[in-house]
Write a protein that binds this ligand. Structure first.
Ligand code: GDD
Length: 318
């Protein structure tokens, strides 16, 4: 049975991906941080700080993986502006530590590194949906750290490790932290409906345009990409995009249309960023041609499930 080491297993994507991997026939060894709660559903559970090279090498040796997915990262763009050092230590040194550990302890393992569409940054300004041929031009510390980590992975792939880099666009769904835009809006709507928040919904930049995917569709893409293990000359880097970009204001309107509450929308200066990518549009042809992947869940369905999730959450928390 293939045995997969999943870093960042206790995060938003990690929790969902664990179950999906098990359904796909993988034994999952979940790696969480030293302060993360234990993830009950994994087959095995290890914990360490990925910035600690020795502890990580020990974890990889214990896990004996045939496959690795490296999700552990600082993934929130505003946090990366506030703490760039933590972001680089986690995203770049953490990745280096993992690559060394794989090279030493599990050199036959196939590694999937989920980078980010954020790496394209200024390249989005052309207005044409980016392909993997567009050069990265990061516009924030998070994106810069992901580009650096990508180069670390490319170097180890050049030396002989097998693996692939994915560049997913914004993926959303139940259980995502309210630090991110759709979860923040859905949570506030639920709080307002329940009388726990005054009827004022705080927002940041509503003019930005993003390509949103349901987290389940992104997990499907990751599982398809694992099948590239051992296939000769497979692509090294692939976008994961729906191909449909939406203005944040329109996403907010879709959520508001599902509520009968009277809600005032107000811009909160604290939610604006030192720089924000105005438009992100992606082309996923390479992924579709390589794996046959297609996104299956509409944004409307995802948003409706998200609101449903937050309505239940705010009731439980109260
Ligand atoms: N978080 C947040 N909160 N964003 C807001 C808000 C708000 O109240 N109002 C407007 N926005 C805008 C942001 O300025 C940004 O343009 C857009 O909504 C999306 O913000 P986020 O949900 O925070 O995501 P992100 O685009 O910065 O990054 C996400 O997607 C990347 C892939 O494209 C993260 O999940 C990254 O980790 C991921 O790599």
């Amino acid at each position: 049975m293939p045995r997969l080491l999943l870093t960042g297993a206790n995060g938003f994507v990690g929790k969902i991906l664990t179950g999906r991997l098990q359904q796909a026939g993988y034994e999952v060894v979940a790696l969480g941080g030293t302060v993360s709660p234990v993830l009950g559903s994994a087959d095995d559970y290890l914990s360490c700080d990925i910035r600690d090279a020795q502890a990580l090498a020990q974890a990889v040796a214990t896990a004996r993986p045939t496959h690795v997915i490296h999700l552990a990262a600082i993934s929130h763009v505003p946090t990366s502006f506030k703490d760039p050092l933590l972001t680089w230590q986690t995203n770049v040194i953490g990745s280096m530590n993992l690559l060394e550990a794989i090279k030493q302890q599990a050199p036959e393992a196939f590694t999937l590194f989920p980078s980010s569409s954020e790496v394209y940054g200024a390249a989005f300004k052309s207005g044409i949906a980016v392909t993997e041929d567009n050069l990265p031009a990061p516009l924030n510390p998070y994106a810069a750290s992901k580009v650096a980590a990508e180069y670390a992975f490319r170097e180890y792939f050049r030396q002989g490790l097998d693996g692939v880099i994915a560049r997913p666009f914004n993926h959303i769904g139940a259980q995502q932290s309210a630090d991110f835009v759709t979860a923040s809006f859905a949570r506030q709507i639920a709080l307002i409906e329940d009388g726990q928040q005054a009827p004022v919904l705080k927002v940041g930049n509503l003019e930005a345009i993003r390509d949103f995917l349901d987290v389940q569709d992104v997990c499907d893409a990751y599982i398809e990409l694992l099948k590239l293990k051992g296939s000769p000359d497979h692509p090294v880097c692939l976008n994961i995009a729906s191909g449909q970009s939406r203005k944040i204001r329109d996403v907010l309107d879709l959520l508001l249309s599902q509520s009968s509450a009277q809600i005032i929308v107000e811009q909160d200066p604290d939610r604006l960023r030192p720089s924000d990518i105005p438009i992100a549009a992606g082309n996923s042809t390479l992924l579709k041609q390589t794996t046959g992947w297609q996104p299956a869940i509409t944004l409307e369905t995802t948003l409706s499930q998200l609101l449903h999730y937050w309505r239940a959450q705010v009731k439980t928390a109260n």
